[in-house]
Ligand binder design. Structure first.
Ligand SMILES: Nc1ncnc2c1ncn2[C@@H]1O[C@H](COP(=O)(O)OP(=O)(O)OP(=O)(O)O)[C@@H](O)[C@H]1O
Length: 269
C-alpha cells in the first residue's frame, strides 16, 4: 500500500527560530488529520513544504506521486475562504478547470470534451451546478468556497491539503464544506491534512491530530491530544480542556502564550 504522505525527521527553521523538528508522520489513505496550533506555530508552513513551496531545514517528505509539489504529484489544495473581487468575470467552471493540469487531457476536441466532462462532474459533486456558470465575483463566500473544493478535487488527488478552509464561512457552509471533504476521503481514499484553529466543526471526522506549539508537537487521536494533560505539557502551562456535548473547549492556551487571539473557543456548529 502506498502511503500518501510520509514525513521523516522533518524540521523547519527560520533564522534562530525552530518551528518544528524531528517530525515523523505517515498519513494513510482516507485518513483525516487535523493540524492545530496557535498563530505562528508553523501549520501553514507544513502545507507549504508539502506543496513544494518551502524547503525543509532537515529531514524528508514524500508524497504518493513522488516529490512534494503540485506539479509532480496528485495533491489538491483548498485555501482559506477569501472574498473574490466582485468584478471578477471568470466563471465558476473556469475556476474549477484550473485544478486540472493541461497535458493529462490531450489536445484537440476530444481532450477538451473530456476536460469539460470532468469539470462538470466536480461541479455536480459539490452541488454547484446552479451557479457554476456565473461570474465567481458575484457568488457568495460559501458558493465560492464550494467551487474551490471542486477545483481541489477535480484532479482526483491522493492528498488533499486544506488551509483553514472554513474560515469566515457561516455554520451551515462550514458543515457543508466539511461534509464534502469527509465524503471524498471516504469514497476515494483521499488523505486529508486540515489546518484549523477550531477543531469542533470537524471533530466528528478527525482520525488524528497534529498539534504544534512553540517548536513542540503531539500526534494522536483527538482524545489523546485534546486533553488537559497533553496540552498543559505542550504549552508548558496549565491548560484546561473541557468536553461539553461533544464540543471541545480549551481554556488557558492563549494566556500561556500571552496572545490576544483566542484559539479553539468558538461557536457551536
Ligand atoms: N519564508 C519565511 N521566512 C521567515 N519566516 C517565515 C517564513 N514563512 C513563515 N515564517 C514565519 O514562521 C512562522 C510560522 O508561520 P506559519 O504561517 O506557518 O504559521 P501558522 O501556524 O500557519 O500561523 P497562523 O495560525 O497565524 O496562520 C511565522 O512566525 C512566520 O512569520
Amino acid at each position: 500500500m502506498t502511503v500518501p504522505v510520509e514525513i521523516r525527521d522533518a524540521g523547519l527553521r527560520f533564522g534562530e527560530r525552530t518551528l518544528w523538528s524531528g517530525l515523523d508522520l505517515d498519513v494513510a489513505p482516507g485518513e483525516f488529520l487535523a493540524v492545530l496550533g496557535p498563530n505562528g506555530s508553523g501549520k501553514t508552513s507544513l502545507l507549504r513544504v508539502l506543496l513544494g513551496l518551502q524547503e525543509l531545514s532537515s529531514g524528508t517528505v514524500r508524497l504518493a506521486g513522488g516529490a512534494p509539489g503540485v506539479a509532480n504529484s496528485r495533491v489538491g489544495y483548498i485555501p482559506q475562504q477569501r472574498a473574490m473581487d466582485e468584478g471578477l468575470t471568470m466563471r465558476g467552471t473556469d475556476l474549477v478547470g484550473f485544478g486540472l493540469d493541461g497535458h493529462r487531457w490531450g489536445t484537440g476536441l476530444r481532450g477538451l470534451a473530456r476536460r469539460r466532462k470532468r469539470v462538470a462532474e466536480a461541479v455536480a459533486w459539490v452541488g454547484a451546478e446552479s451557479y457554476a456558470g456565473a461570474p465567481v465575483g458575484r457568488l457568495s463566500g460559501g458558493e465560492q468556497q464550494r467551487l474551490r473544493v471542486a477545483q481541489a478535487l477535480v484532479g482526483e488527488p491522493e492528498v488533499l491539503l486544506c488551509d483553514e478552509p472554513l474560515l469566515s464561512l457561516d455554520p451551515a457552509h462550514q458543515r457543508a464544506v466539511s461534509e464534502l471533504i469527509d465524503a471524498r476521503r471516504r469514497e476515494a481514499g483521499t488523505a486529508v491534512l486540515f489546518v484549523t484553529h477550531e477543531i469542533n466543526p470537524i471533530l466528528s471526522y478527525v482520525d488524528r491530530v497534529l498539534y504544534l506549539v512553540n517548536g513542540q508537537f503531539r500526534i494522536g487521536t483527538p482524545d489523546e491530544v485534546m486533553s488537559s494533560e497533553t496540552l498543559s505539557q505542550l504549552y508548558d502551562s496549565r491548560v484546561e480542556v473541557i468536553n461539553v456535548g461533544g464540543q471541545i473547549h480549551v481554556a488557558g492556551a492563549q494566556s500561556a502564550l500571552c496572545e490576544d487571539e483566542p484559539h479553539h473557543i468558538g461557536e457551536t456548529v
